[in-house]
Design a protein around this ligand. Structure first.
Ligand SMILES: [Fe+2]
Length: 191
């Protein structure tokens, strides 16, 4: 498997990741309590639709089809976002969780685009690298804006009262059990 095939694989993952985000971002926009955050998520949804179109151009340039691969990584990151949306928190604390989830999706994409740009550059695919760089710039910018909007939201969240402890849901119990398993599996490897 040569580098061009690795690149096409990664790009198909990115295409799936962006399409998954087109579905997930409206949920974040709807869930956000802070109007500025809501507006940022809505604006990034429009940007994301444009990124999907740009990726189609990349595939056209490569003479390949964009479909064929599901991005499991983005599915997992979006699943974490769903957890944040299910939290029973006050306004700003709820939004702080959404910011954490949104930044994970952006940085996952940033890593993906950076890798694809390096590959395209190595292969001398200047037009592909340029298109991908436009998407990367938008992701970096989106992450920056979300972090900036997060400042005052987190400040407010810090002064909100703590929620009284509630019994764990089935999902939370499962998550706690898996976390203990992760720890137990990690420790022997360190020796
Ligand atoms: Fe994106």
């Amino acid at each position: 498997m040569a580098l061009k095939e690795v690149l096409i694989d990664e790009l198909r993952d990115m295409y799936s990741a962006e399409n998954q985000l087109v579905k997930a971002l409206p949920k974040l926009a709807k869930g956000a309590k802070n109007p500025k955050l809501k507006q940022l998520f809505a604006a990034h949804l429009e940007e994301t639709k444009g990124q999907v179109e740009r990726l189609k151009k990349v595939f056209l340039e490569l003479g390949e089809k964009p479909t064929g691969q599901h991005c499991n990584g983005m599915e997992g990151v979006i699943e974490e976002g769903k957890d944040a949306l299910e939290k029973d928190e006050e306004g700003a604390s709820f939004d702080s969780g959404l910011i954490g989830a949104a930044l994970r999706t952006e940085h996952y994409e940033i890593a993906g685009y950076e890798a694809c740009i390096s590959m395209a550059t190595t292969l001398g695919l200047a037009k592909v690298a340029k298109l991908l760089n436009s998407n990367l710039k938008e992701e970096l910018n989106a992450a920056k804006k979300i972090t900036a909007a997060g400042g005052p939201i987190m400040k407010q969240s810090a002064s909100e009262p703590e929620e009284p402890k509630k019994p764990k849901t089935g999902k939370e119990k499962y998550s706690a059990k898996k976390s203990k398993e992760d720890e137990a599996k990690a420790a022997p490897d360190l020796n």
